[in-house]
Ligand binder design. Sequence first.
Ligand code: HEC
Ligand code: HEC
Ligand code: HEC
Ligand code: HEC
Ligand code: HEC
Length: 399
Amino acid sequence: MIRRVLCYLGLMLTAGLLIAADYSLPAAYWDAPRAKNQSGAMHNWSDLEQNLRPEACAQCHYEQFDAWKGSLHAQAYSNGMVGQFPTIGHTSGNRCLSCHAPLQEQAYTDAEDMMASLQLKLTHPEAVDADADLERMADIPLRHTGVSCAVCHVRDFQRYGPPRAGSSKTGHIKTDVHGGFRASRDFEQSNFCASCHQFPQRRAINGKPLENTVREWEQSSFASKGITCQACHMPFRRHLFRGIHDPETVRKGVSIKAWRNADGMAEIEIHSTGVGHAFPTYVTPRVVVKASALDHHGKPLKTWAWDIVREVEYRQQWVELRDTRIMPGEKRRYQVDAPPPGTSSVHFTVQVIPDYFYRGLYQRLLQQQPDELSKKLLQAAKKHTHETEFTLFEQTVRL
Ligand code: HEC
Ligand code: HEC
Ligand code: HEC
Ligand code: HEC
Ligand code: HEC
């Protein structure tokens, strides 16, 4: 009997070890990543298997393509970013590309290469073909596709991905196409997003790096419950990557109510129930809570405004002016005190301005009289920052 129990334990231990021996992504996965191999070709593969454009992947992975093409990852080679490049030059531009289009195949070779790419961006603003037509995009460089499929999934032509749905098998998996793939659980971890969504602690401003999303998540209850970035931003592995630019996503993340309290005053509460990090996580959006006291004709008598923001400014170095963001699980109340006589109701709105910081930045850059090309790109980017603004919540409270 004892021997049988020991035997059992032994078996379980071996099984445990086998499961624990997961296949990890190469340590240099995000280090100057290169999607092709040294020779730049796989001689026994079809043209389609060698093609790194997202439209090529779409021929067999249409679902992922269809979701990704609407995400900001597909727009990461943006007007607002490249409009700054003629001024800062292609070497600095390449540093920006290390997150916005990080493959070696996407980098600028020289200033001329960069200027040609910017001209093309003006005449061909679309980076991908929505119908996944390969021919139509053949002349557009891969860098225009930003954070595209190959950025996350291809190194040395090898495909890397999560274990097949419902399977725990990791390591090399054979298939008929593109030499199979390498399955790793690393794809299911929040850390997978860190190389672009988390700055190192040594670059902290007031104790917190400019981008601190992964640390904020680690400190939230979502981390201890195993609810990863992917669980919220790629539900059921769908490549949606929706965030503050999507009203529905924001509505699902916070619950808001407004009411007349026991003292007869109007109050609004924002409860962060489903945001896995600070709301908002970056220094660029701004959420504005507004209240206006109205008389019985609906005429405004007084207004109040509160900003939900981490405001930073560049003065030789970055300084934090204030941080009023709402942390995961936190309930924040704003109360209208001393409404003027004659107030019959209070109207609340919550406005989301996802690109608040950039709007001001583009305005300042345009005032510095940039070259013609930058001007066109930055004007388009500035216009876009107005289009992304939306009202999250609106309610009138009678007093
Ligand atoms: C000719 C069809 C075809 C093309 C083109 C193609 N793939 Fe695949 N891909 C497959 C097949 C088939 C599998 C294996 C699926 C399986 O057996 O579970 C696969 C598997 C994968 C996986 C692993 C999926 C998982 O479960 O983890 C990834 C990631 C992947 N491909 C990415 C890409 C990318 C990125 C591109 C474009 C650069 C691409 N593929 C182009 C057919 C294709
Ligand atoms: C920002 C990184 C990123 C980009 C860009 C990206 N993926 Fe993925 N992909 C992932 C992650 C992470 C997973 C695993 C998600 C999970 O397990 O929750 C995944 C999973 C997959 C899978 C397995 C899906 C399944 O249901 O098992 C395929 C196939 C795939 N991606 C193909 C693509 C294709 C094709 C594109 C481009 C249209 C693309 N990916 C763009 C990160 C990315
Ligand atoms: C290679 C760098 C890179 C990786 C890896 C990456 N991202 Fe991103 N992500 C970006 C960039 C750059 C943007 C901004 C795109 C733009 O608007 O120009 C972005 C934007 C987003 C947005 C949209 C934010 C908004 O303002 O609405 C979400 C959500 C997001 N990423 C989630 C993820 C998740 C989840 C992962 C991991 C599975 C991930 N990203 C991995 C670079 C990356
Ligand atoms: C460490 C990764 C990283 C680097 C390096 C980086 N960015 Fe970004 N950038 C991001 C992420 C992530 C977002 C999305 C955050 C958000 O929605 O505010 C973003 C958003 C932006 C946006 C607003 C969205 C858009 O694309 O229009 C601009 C403009 C921008 N970055 C410009 C730059 C410039 C210029 C540089 C180089 C000086 C640069 N970035 C370097 C990660 C990076
Ligand atoms: C519990 C769900 C949840 C988890 C987990 C989560 N997010 Fe989010 N995320 C949201 C919601 C909801 C929003 C929209 C509200 C907002 O912007 O804060 C959002 C917004 C964003 C944005 C938009 C920019 C901004 O300033 O808010 C980015 C980028 C982002 N998430 C990245 C990540 C990354 C990276 C992780 C993992 C470290 C992650 N998220 C984990 C729910 C989640």
